[in-house]
Design a protein around this ligand. Structure first.
Ligand code: NAD
Length: 335
């Protein structure tokens, strides 16, 4: 099958070519993001593969349908960047990668927490300059602290299990209760219960309900000095409100692998340019903020599973088989 792979990085191309041996799809790689201005590149490709920052909106889907595309395969779990109702309307099916090493993201979230709390990012820079002083590097013991997991699905539960093994009290906030989360010692609380947390880690998807779920109101009620970790989606946090909370000292630190306006920034080398985004520049200027560029998923195991699953979905479409990882439009899910 002819496949247009958008936002294709070098590390993906080599691995996709290896994994494609035996399946023999005709893969064409594009550096470009898929967006209204680039959608015409996909004309004549039955399948189109995208990543987190491609914008698969109605306009793009209309163009894809006109060009004969039947499948959009996103190389990630989240699908907030795809207009599912428009896809259904234009007869384009959508698949994602439901299950790929959730450990990769959970372990990275733990890494961010440890670095943020114990100021590893600052110590690294200091010692490179020959400065071995400890002033400003004090953290707190995690044992006996309360860690809130917002979204206790696959990643949130693994994150909770690791934090429980540190001796933390793990609390969870979710619209669905997970027996696995309770089995690892997690205790469910309501939104107000999150106020007792020393650490809050975001693991729910971005939906209209979760957009800015952490806003000025939430941040005004968190425990003073709490640390906030977000490896899920940038839109979960009102970034301006987070900056205010950092300035007032209400928030003790922020570590984000995702950022609301990341599509303009992430996965590019902008080191020789003046970055026009004042918000990210302000964030980066804080000593108690760590920003990484959406890399939590980025392990060998996860990447192999992501790309292997993507090719498998394309083969399923070609063979006329049911699509194991199909995402249905919301109203179909309810129907
Ligand atoms: P999952 O579906 O297993 O779990 C998500 C959980 O969030 C579910 O338990 C769900 O009930 C809960 N949830 C949904 N709406 C909620 C709400 N309004 N309030 C509270 N909880 C709510 O998903 P997962 O595999 O654990 O992935 C979680 C998220 O992690 C993804 O949606 C994605 O955005 C993000 N992610 C990030 C990276 C990265 O590299 N940074 C990689 C993979 C996934």
């Amino acid at each position: 099958m002819r496949v247009a792979v958008f936002s294709a990085k070098n590390y993906e191309r080599a691995l996709l070519d290896d994994l494609n041996v035996g399946q023999e799809h005709d893969l064409t790689y594009f550096d470009a993001l898929l967006e209204p201005g680039t959608a015409s590149l996909a004309a004549g490709f039955t399948a189109v593969s995208v990543f987190v920052n491609d914008s698969v909106n109605r306009d793009v889907l209309r163009q894809l349908a006109q060009g004969g595309t039947k499948l959009v395969a996103t190389r990630c779990t989240g699908f907030n960047h795809i207009d599912l109702e428009a896809a259904e309307e234009f007869g384009i099916r959508v698949v994602r990668v439901v299950n790929y090493s959730p450990n990769s993201v959970a372990e990275f979230a733990v890494g961010l927490l440890l670095a943020l709390n114990r100021k590893v990012h600052r110590a690294y820079n200091r010692t490179r300059e020959g400065n071995f002083r400890l002033d400003g590097l004090m953290g707190f013991d995690l044992v006996d602290r309360t860690v809130a997991v917002i979204g206790t699905g696959k990643i949130g539960t693994i994150f909770g299990r690791i934090m429980a093994s540190f001796g933390c009290r793990v609390i969870g906030f979710d619209v669905h209760r997970s027996p696995e989360f309770e089995r690892i010692g997690g205790r469910y609380v309501d939104a107000a219960g999150v106020e007792e947390a020393d650490v809050i880690s975001m693991h729910c998807p971005l939906t209209p309900e979760t957009y800015h779920i952490v806003d000025a109101r939430t941040l005004g009620r968190v425990k003073k000095g709490a640390l906030l970790i977000n490896t899920s989606r940038g839109g979960l946090i009102d970034t301006d409100a987070a900056i205010d909370a950092l300035k007032s000292g209400r928030l003790g630190g922020l570590a984000i692998d995702v950022y609301e306006q990341e599509a303009e920034l992430f996965y590019r080398d902008l080191s020789s340019t003046v970055i026009p985004d004042d918000v990210i520049q302000r964030l980066i200027s804080f000593p108690n903020v760590i920003v990484t560029g959406h890399q939590a998923f980025f392990t060998q195991e996860a990447l192999e599973t992501i790309l292997g699953t993507t090719l498998k979905s394309i083969s399923e479409l070609e063979a006329g088989h049911p699509l194991t990882n199909e995402v249905a439009a919301p109203r179909r899910l309810q129907g």
